[in-house]
Design a protein around this ligand. Structure first.
Ligand code: ADP
Ligand code: ZN
Ligand code: ZN
Length: 725
């Protein structure tokens, strides 16, 4: 009796046994269609056994093992197994979440068995001239098979071709099989490949070090200031990997996987040698690209966090661009961190992992300080100089809609020089608050613990948490006063004010609202590049990765908002963001200038920012974190819960806190507290934090504890290494 152990996409930490008399170890990692309750489901075979704990008469046979597709390779099974254990998430959900959605459908092309035709040895030996002249169709088909290696059933259309096929099969010249045309190791030839610029000394040294590291595992932190040309270093690594016949994985943050990056890669290496993978792809397209990567047909896979799960048989290097970026952490379901998985992957496959950033996460920075990661620095710009940063003290200064006279003057001067400026404010909308001065009423979201933001177009109030929107009321709903005020600044207000104060300037706003329409961002980008805009007002959308050669002045508003945040990572995030924004200035020939407005100019963060001294800042932060007991010196796990009723959330969390069993000495558990925000879209949210001086005891505790959690009507999840606490 052969039993297959099947992982299914269900929220249970177990596999399911099915009978499959013909299963062999070659089926490990294969998709399998199985009955599940009254339905069928697609699962993945993760084990074989000869006995089961299920009574034999209750065991059901599989519907079908999908042998028309290659199995998931062992290294992806291992990666998912690690992921399941480390993040304490059911293996089935991890595995089925790691493969393209198209493969999870119980119906459809991926699971129907495509028949594939190939030449047999006899067929290959056959000279076309050996065929009678009359059989043109047979000759044509032989030629096609010879050229393509294999043809799928649906590639052979038309009655004539089908007849020819039947006779060739009958003659033993062509064989049919249910194996698709996965030809490992065949890669499209480089076409249109362009050489790169001459490397700077720093770039050359970095490239040399990485190339020397190829062939074994090592984590390398490439810490390069903005504009130092990290991308060029990646390109050279990719080039070397391709030349050696290997494959490379390039992970980029959500926001950086732009058509520009794709174009840059395609221009350098030829479009046939790379695929990009991200969640916005159509299902079928994602599957096709994934298959090409898995079959070794492309050398470069560039993608967002989910690309870390792509099977790459000849993996030779992993690069994580902007490794500090929060979008690498999935914030729902399986809360994995793609950078951390990338490091696991590098170790598992024996290949180097390159983590690049101007502002490394303190986690990675500390590893480099401790010598566990090798640090490479690029401290000069590839072209031009770093911008001059000036802190503008606005304490007690009369601001014009948030703008100080110094900033307005600098913008006017820059306009007079016909140079581009960026005004950065990380808050979209017109104003963050609608206030009734008569009674103090503030427009709230009825479904969230949040205020509604005033949006100018259509005079709407919008909730940035749940998406709810409504008209701006004419009178105060609490006291009837007609004098309602939009308080504070968002990017929409700034856009209006700047257009009024700088009438000669062409002003444009670039934030999520302004770029919602397809193609809108690209259109704005083209106007920026063509010098058709003078002043850009933007959120963090503009902060990262973009290269605007004509931009020479960056003005930062709202920095103090980041200083007030309660999260212990707030300063790290703020500093990284400010340095990234500042890095947009002066990337062309002309020097750049950065003005940062604050009412707290004495805050140490600003001194470090002015000096553009990330190392100094990071070391200072690490000292504080160590002294006050925060990551990366301690390890955290957060139990999150949410429900429609507030008491249900806290009953659950209190009950959960009681059933941990005795806590080992190294672990501290905090009281359940409301999450921030405490309510979103009508659901209350709470959390319970565990903190440990080492990882192993924390994971042992989670292993023992999670199965014992009370069964209550809340939605809960566990977040290992949470980014937001
Ligand atoms: P980073 O990602 O480190 O902020 P980029 O990779 O965006 O920097 O590079 C900044 C600019 O410098 C880009 O316009 C890039 O084309 C250019 N650049 C990079 N390397 C070189 C080089 N060796 N010579 C000339 N220009 C370079
Ligand atoms: Zn809301
Ligand atoms: Zn009122």
């Amino acid at each position: 009796m052969t039993i297959v152990q099947v992982a299914l996409d269900v929220p249970l930490a177990r596999t399911f046994d099915y009978l499959a008399s013909d299963a062999t170890s070659g089926d490990l990692g294969r998709l399998v269609l199985v009955p599940f309750g009254p339905n069928r489901r697609v699962g993945i075979i993760v084990g074989l056994a000869h006995a089961s704990e299920v009574e034999p008469e209750r065991l059901r046979p599989v519907v079908r093992i999908v042998r028309s597709r290659p199995p998931l390779p062992a290294h992806i099974l291992d990666l998912c197994l690690f992921c399941s254990r480390y993040y304490h998430h059911p293996l089935g959900e991890v595995l089925l979440g790691a493969i393209p959605t198209a493969l999870r459908r119980t119906q459809g092309t991926a699971l129907s068995t495509p028949v594939v035709f190939r030449l047999t040895a006899a067929g290959a030996a056959q000279a076309p001239e050996g065929l009678p002249r009359a059989s043109v169709a047979r000759r044509a088909l032989l030629d096609r098979l010879r050229a393509a290696g294999a043809l799928a059933d649906h590639d052979i259309r038309g009655a004539g071709a089908r007849r020819a096929l039947r006779s060739l099969v009958a003659a033993g010249w062509v064989s049919s099989s249910d194996q698709p045309a996965h030809e490992p190791g065949r890669e499209a030839p480089a076409s249109g490949a362009q050489p790169g610029p001459t490397l700077t000394t720093g770039q050359a040294a970095a490239v040399d070090t990485v190339l020397a590291a190829l062939g074994s595992f090592q984590t390398i932190l490439l810490q390069g200031i903005t504009g130092s040309g990290k991308t060029e270093v990646y390109l050279r690594i990719l080039e070397a990997v391709l030349a050696g016949g290997g494959q490379a994985l390039l992970l980029v943050p959500e926001i950086n996987l732009t058509p520009q990056l794709e174009a840059q890669l395609a221009e350098r290496f030829g479009a046939g040698r790379l695929v990009t993978l991200h969640s916005a792809l159509a299902e079928g397209e994602r599957l096709v690209r994934w298959d090409r990567a898995a079959a070794g047909q492309v050398g470069i896979v560039a993608g967002t966090r989910l690309a870390v799960f792509t099977p790459l048989p000849r993996l030779a290097a992993v690069i994580v661009d902007e490794e500090h970026d929060a979008s690498y952490k999935q914030q729902e379901g399986l809360r994995y961190h793609a950078r951390d998985l990338a490091v696991f992957l590098g170790r598992q496959r024996g290949v180097p992992v390159i983590l690049g950033s101007a502002t490394p996460s303190l986690e990675s920075f500390r590893q480099a300080e401790a010598g566990r990661y090798r640090r490479l620095t690029l401290d000069t710009r590839a072209s031009g100089r770093p911008p001059a940063v000036r802190i503008v003290d606005v304490h007690g200064v009369n601001l014009d809609n948030g703008l100080s006279p110094v900033l307005l003057q600098a913008l006017a001067d820059n306009l007079a020089r016909a140079e581009q400026s960026l005004v950065f404010l990380n808050r979209r909308g017109f104003a963050p608050t609608l206030l009734c001065p008569a009674c103090g009423w503030v427009a709230p979201c009825q479904r969230c613990s949040a205020r509604l933001t005033v949006h100018a177009p259509g005079r709407r109030l919008r909730c940035h948490l749940c998406g709810h929107h409504e008209a701006v009321p004419r009178v105060c709903p609490a006291c009837g006063s007609q004098d309602l005020r939009a308080l504070g600044e968002g990017t929409q207000r700034l856009e209006q004010v700047l257009a009024a104060r700088l009438p000669a300037a062409r002003v444009a706003r670039i934030d999520r609202d302004a770029t919602r329409r397809r193609g809108a961002f690209r259109a704005l980008r083209e106007r920026i590049d063509a010098n058709q805009l003078d002043v850009l007002v933007g959120t963090q959308m503009l902060a990262k990765g973009h290269d605007f050669p004509n931009l020479t002045l960056v003005c930062v508003l709202g920095a103090d908002l980041g200083l007030m945040a309660a999260d212990f990572r707030a300063e790290e995030r703020l500093f990284a963001l400010l340095l990234q924004v500042a890095g947009r200035a002066g990337r062309g020939d002309r020097p750049g200038q950065v003005l940062v407005q604050t009412a707290f100019p004495a805050h140490p963060l600003f001194a470090a920012l002015q000096a553009q001294d990330y190392d100094g800042f990071a070391r200072g932060q690490l000292t504080v974190r160590q002294a006050s007991g925060f990551p990366p010196f301690l390890y955290q796990a957060l139990l999150r819960a949410e429900a429609a009723e507030e008491h249900a959330v806290f009953d659950f969390l209190r009950e959960a806190a009681r059933c941990t069993g005795p806590l080992p000495e190294d672990i501290v558990m905090y009281d359940p507290v409301p999450a921030n925000p405490a309510r979103v879209a009508g659901r209350w949210r709470g959390q319970l934090l565990l903190q440990s001086t080492a990882r192993p005891p924390l994971h042992r505790l989670l292993d023992a504890w999670l199965p014992r959690l009370p069964e209550q009507r809340v939605h809960w999840s566990i977040d290992v290494d949470p980014l937001e606490v």
